[in-house]
Design a protein around this ligand. Structure first.
Ligand code: NAD
Ligand code: GLY
Length: 363
């Protein structure tokens, strides 16, 4: 491959796969022809905006293959059974069969939708993840979770379906609007807080470079944050243990997003406020100091992420947490930071402790 700076980290799971970082879209074809056997037909699934930006670059390297490109509209709504069914009809028209390889080109929505499609089409066809948002590069493309939503909830219909490889071209992030960068930063800072104090300090020290999108600093940020995800899912692919730590901030964040009906708060903002609530709860349980809570709040806020929310009812938010997927036998299972760079699973948080944490983040 041409670029001297690319790296490869392996996910060591039931079906191991490489995560390539800093590789050009144009060179995926060369990798496929040298490493993946019996590919003649490729189906690229993406959305219209990403297709306009990046499909030509990707296709330049795929001249030896029969290639079809299917686009879906942008948005979380597209992770639906209806869209999956329409994709299936369109795929059959393109002659997709069991030997076809699917390339999911886009953010987490495309990764989840195209990945779920690949997992169920003719009982599973091959998949490569090509993430183009910060969130997708550091988080959703790694770990094999694929899903569509159901009116009853997000990601209700899904599976674990590891790709053959993740192909990450950092240059695709140049076109990402800052509002989308924030969603990825929330997850990247979460990774630092969970398992990498050095990465947390990197975020503290590189504020200007990160805000100015300095390419080498972004490369380091994505690489180090992806590495936390790779390490975690390699230990526990199917979330029987440590993978649950990746949900730090999400029980609070999801409750907030649901309570606000997904309006007025983005996922990254929900995670940010959720991390702060979890940190307050951790300090109440003696797992961290209030000075560390302040340090976390400061880091999130310098990147424009909120640490409080106005006008919410803490009791209603507590009620929302009753349906969290992690709960066991009516008991709330929460992920709490233990200082900075370590995290624990807590099964003994009382409703009054959780309520007190909510009150701390409602302004
Ligand atoms: P997204 O996929 O909706 O992308 C956000 C927006 O960015 C879209 O409008 C898209 O068109 C645009 N976009 C994508 N790449 C671009 C680029 N390079 N330049 C300019 N615009 C670009 O959002 P997301 O934050 O990437 O993903 C969120 C989804 O990921 C949610 O559905 C969530 O459930 C899922 N997710 C999955 C996992 C997992 O493990 N499978 C983990 C975290 C999140
Ligand atoms: N984003 C959480 C996970 O992949 O497990």
């Amino acid at each position: 491959m041409g670029l001297a700076t690319w790296q490869k980290i392996n996910v060591e799971a039931n079906s191991p796969y490489p995560v390539f970082l800093g590789v050009p879209l144009e060179e995926l074809g060369e990798y496929l022809s040298s490493q993946i056997e019996e590919v003649e037909h490729i189906l690229i699934i993406t959305n219209q905006a990403v297709a306009e930006l990046y499909s030509e670059r990707l296709k330049q390297g795929l001249l030896d293959y029969r290639v079809n490109l299917l686009t879906v509209p942008a948005g979380e709504m597209e992770k639906s059974l209806e869209r999956l069914s329409q994709l299936t009809t369109a795929a059959l028209r393109c002659g997709v069969d069991r030997k076809t390889l699917v390339i999911a080109l886009g953010g987490g929505v495309i990764g989840d939708l195209a990945g779920f499609f690949a997992s169920v089409f003719m009982r599973g066809i091959r998949l490569i993840q090509v993430p183009t948002t910060l969130l997708a590069q550091v988080d959703s493309s790694i770990g094999g979770k694929v899903a569509v939503n159901h009116p009853a909830g997000k990601n209700i219909l899904g599976s674990f379906y590891p790709p053959l490889a993740v192909w990450t071209d950092f240059t695709t992030l140049e076109s990402l609007p800052w509002s989308e960068v924030e969603n990825g930063l929330a997850e990247s800072i979460k990774h630092a807080l969970i398992a990498d104090l050095d990465l947390f300090e990197f975020f503290e020290n590189q504020e200007e470079n990160i805000k100015q999108r300095n390419p080498s600093i972004w490369q380091e940020m994505v690489t180090r944050s992806s590495a936390v995800k790779v390490r975690t899912v390699s230990q526990d692919e199917q979330e029987h243990g440590v993978r649950a730590l990746l949900n730090l901030g999400h029980s609070f964040g999801h409750a907030l997003e649901t309570e606000m009906n997904y309006h007025g708060v983005t996922h990254g903002q929900g995670v940010s406020i959720g991390i702060v609530a979890a940190a307050f709860l951790a300090s109440a349980k003696g797992l961290m100091t209030l000075a560390e809570v302040d340090r976390i709040k400061h880091l999130l806020s310098i990147y424009g992420l909120p640490t409080t929310i106005k006008g919410q009812d803490p009791q209603a938010l507590l009620q929302r947490m009753k349906t969290d997927k992690k709960n066991q036998g009516g008991r709330k299972i929460l992920i709490l930071p233990q200082g900075i760079g370590r995290t624990v699973i807590s099964k003994d948080c009382t409703d009054s402790e959780i309520l007190a944490a909510w009150i701390q983040v409602i302004s």
